[in-house]
Design a protein around this ligand. Sequence first.
Ligand code: NI
Length: 268
Amino acid sequence: MTWRGGAGFYLIPFVETALPMQLHLSSWPEIETYLARSKAILIPIGSTEQHGPNGLLGTDALCAEIIGKRAGDEAGFLVGPTFNVGQAQHHMGFPGTITLRPATMIAAMTDWAQSLSHHGFERIYWLNGHGGNVATINAAFAEIYHSVSFGGEGGNHPKLRCLLRNWWELSGVMDTCRQLFPVGEGSHATPSEVSVTYFAYPEAQKSVAMTPKIAPNGPIYDADDYRRRFPDGRIGSDPSQANVAAGEKIVRMAVKALIREFQHFAAA
Ligand code: NI
């Protein structure tokens, strides 16, 4: 925290805070130094897709980024840029949604992983914010591992390892969400995920009345069918319950569990 007077003098002494542990806010010598002590990095991965009438289009990417960044800052591990567009084909009936074809996403993730591996990273923890990404992320891991094998690496070379974790699966997070929102959590545009974004970006909060109060449930097929079944984008949820205090509780729980799991993965 720094308070600066009008004439440019500091009114209180500068308080040293830890450097932000983000790759894109680092210089290359800082990354070189980091690699001398750790070969592990976290990549937030999500989606840019509609999240109902009061949820931000970036929700799935933002949740992973918000939790990942706080954990990295607190525990001193590196967080890479957010892979913020994913598998959102079934949300294409709503303006603002951006999607990748599975083959594009697999190719891009492979290039990210190979770039990091080229510099010496051996553990990539992908913190995911979008359930629809899971199948494609696992396919990308298969492609990444094939590339390592076909690249002739083996023998005594350390292997590149990837881990996929959905943030809501982190220990204690689901219980916290259920306690905060016993009714109307639903499965898309949930009050929990919207709360996480409102906690980090309180200025982006939107007050919207939900009709019906709790959205319908049902299967997901094509984009047009999705919009017919779920006209405002929500599935089973009442995200008008979303609030900053709930978001803070969820983030705290997730950060604690993430630090534990990341450190274990980095050391394995
Ligand atoms: Ni979501």
